[in-house]
Design a binder for this molecule. Structure first.
Ligand code: AMP
Length: 388
């Protein structure tokens, strides 16, 4: 019998999955059901990266989940699913830890959908589908907001009338599962740095940074939504709200059109007119692609400095995410431009994608740590069933 926990990350048209054993960090299998709908595709691989045969009805999330489980059961007959952990974007103002989901919790989380309308409903649909498929198996919700809920008031609020804060219009911050993983890794690999003031830059298709002081999140570049802060693949990052008023008043754009603009047509894609993908921009070399890269680096530099100010200084910078873990150019641009703050950059180490890309004697070391949000979810699922 194979005892395991499953992690699920349900998006609008995708379902990312990972199957972890009851103990240990390496998954038994990972995969994604992508383009769920008429053109759905399902790819599963085992620890060695070998494909796991999978097929089924990919027209909806429930069918995709059934196809994943059927494939895992065929591969591991006697598979005993102990718990299912879900990535959920929003836990609201009070949730600081994962929670085992029952009908009451689910209703409560549904009430948060207006705060994250593009993500929360899909995450919850994933939980509902898993509850229906596995009625007796504990479902554990892990929140992208939870790690940040200890922020001091000044980093939790906007300067809006207090009543809006009270009803939940706050700076939540996201990517919390990633930051929790990095904080844990840092505590193991470099405890002295982990006890200090660290800026973590999660730079992927979605991008944010977090100020972590003595292991606790103090401030985040993301705010009420996952739009604020850094420019991203297709999202704006910080934008003057006056621009949105202009679009509404002068151009007659609706909320849905503005949402589409801010989430899907801006960022690297909007600036370059070419692509949302950093690799593509780096290879393109067109003036607009170069400007998009330049804007990203400039905003990253500004946010590192701002978050350092929030902590009264900086003892280390950590890069993670697809761009942070792979793009030598972005890392060199960001860290190189912050030498005045004491950040070090060793070009050879950076070129080699080393875990430490600063010289040994750097005042502020710069590290690269691959993130692992699935493992954070799997660990929470294990803890929920007494295996932690
Ligand atoms: P993520 O959302 O964390 O998977 O990150 C996706 C982003 O990482 C995309 O913009 C990719 O182009 C970027 N990325 C991945 N590998 C590289 C690379 N070798 N160089 C530059 N960007 C990369």
């Amino acid at each position: 019998m194979t005892r395991a926990v499953l992690t699920l990350n349900a998006g609008s048209s995708s379902l990312k999955v990972a199957l972890f054993p009851a103990a240990g960090d390496a998954p038994l299998a990972t995969g994604i059901a992508d383009r769920i709908g008429p053109e759905g595709v399902l790819k599963l691989v085992d620890t060695a990266g070998a494909p796991i045969a999978a097929a089924g009805d990919l027209s909806g999330h429930e069918g995709a989940m059934a196809a994943v489980i059927a494939a895992f059961r065929a591969r591991w007959p006697g598979l005993d699913l102990l718990a299912i952990g879900h990535r959920v974007v929003h836990g609201g103002p009070d949730r600081q830890v994962p929670v085992t989901v029952d009908a009451g919790v689910l209703a409560d989380l549904e009430g948060l959908s207006p705060f994250a309308p593009l993500h929360q409903p899909h995450n919850l649909a994933g939980i509902r589908a898993a509850m229906a498929a596995f009625p007796g198996v504990p479902q554990v919700a892990c929140f992208d907001t939870a790690f940040h809920r200890g922020h001091p008031f000044v980093h939790d609020t906007f300067a809006l009338p207090r009543a809006l804060y009270d009803e939940g219009v706050r700076r939540y911050g996201f990517h919390g599962l990633s930051y929790q993983f990095i904080a844990g890794e840092l505590a193991m690999r470099a405890p002295a740095l982990a006890a200090g003031r660290v800026v973590v830059a999660h730079l992927g298709n979605g991008a944010s940074m977090c100020a972590i002081s003595a292991g606790r999140s103090v401030a985040s570049t993301m705010g009420f939504s996952a739009l604020d802060g850094l420019p991203m693949g297709t999202r704006t990052g910080q934008v003057d709200p006056g621009v949105l008023l202009y679009l509404m008043d002068q151009k007659g754009m609706t909320a849905a059109q503005i949402s589409d603009l801010l989430y899907r047509r801006s960022g690297f894609l909007g600036l370059s007119g070419l692509s949302n993908d950093m690799r593509t921009l780096e290879a393109a070399g067109t003036p607009a692609a170069e400007e998009a890269i330049g804007y990203f680096i400039a905003r990253c530099q500004r946010e590192v400095a701002a978050l350092a100010a929030d902590m009264g200084g900086i003892d280390a910078l950590v890069f993670c995410g697809g761009i942070g873990e792979n793009s030598r150019r972005i890392r060199a641009g960001v860290a190189g431009g912050l030498a005045w703050m004491g950040l070090g950059l060793d070009p050879d180490r950076n070129a080699a994608n080393a875990r430490c890309i600063s010289p040994d004697d750097a005042k502020v070391p710069v590290l690269v740590i691959p993130t692992n949000e699935e493992l954070v979810i799997a660990r929470a699922a294990r803890v929920a069933v007494g295996l932690g």
